[in-house]
Design a protein around this ligand. Structure first.
Ligand SMILES: Nc1ncnc2c1ncn2[C@@H]1O[C@H](COP(=O)(O)OP(=O)(O)OP(=O)(O)O)[C@@H](O)[C@H]1O
Length: 126
């Protein structure tokens, strides 16, 4: 929440502090984020192993970012849903299913990107 006494710079610094707090919560307590970070780590190792180009590095990091951002948004929606309605409700189920669709979209697109980058390089090994 904005503190009316804060000037522009102080307000931005305060927001940044909360944003990093959110990042820390995601990284330390969300299993889906931990799993995606592990996959990102493997993809980075693969990038070095196959000596991918700077453009491929850029696209790979964009794909990693896309998945992490979608996972984070999904986690936030889940938190809100559990807070406003912890009991079973068909509508809450639908909201959570739709939110879960976001990282699934991102993961499928990332899989296509990974195939475009690595399949030709792996094929060269055989
Ligand atoms: N309160 C609820 N009412 C109805 N359906 C729910 C409810 N909570 C969860 N669900 C159903 O269960 C699915 C999984 O929900 P859950 O909150 O366990 O998320 P998850 O995908 O297991 O995420 P995470 O592993 O990050 O906790 C939802 O997509 C939804 O279909």
């Amino acid at each position: 929440m904005k503190n009316p006494k804060d000037g522009f710079l102080r307000g931005r610094i305060r927001s940044l502090k909360f944003a990093f707090k959110g990042l820390w919560i995601l990284v330390t307590s969300e299993d889906s984020i931990k799993a995606q970070l592990f996959i990102a780590f493997i993809a980075t190792i693969l990038g070095f192993v196959f000596n991918i180009s700077p453009l491929e590095w850029g696209i790979q990091f964009l794909a990693i970012g896309l998945v992490l951002v979608a996972e984070a948004a999904n986690s936030a929606v889940e938190e809100i849903a559990d807070f406003i309605h912890p009991e079973f409700h068909e509508k809450i189920g639908k909201i959570k299913d739709i939110a879960a669709g976001a990282p699934t979209f991102a993961a499928l697109i990332s899989l296509i990107i990974a195939s475009i980058i690595y399949v030709p390089k792996i094929a060269l090994l055989f």
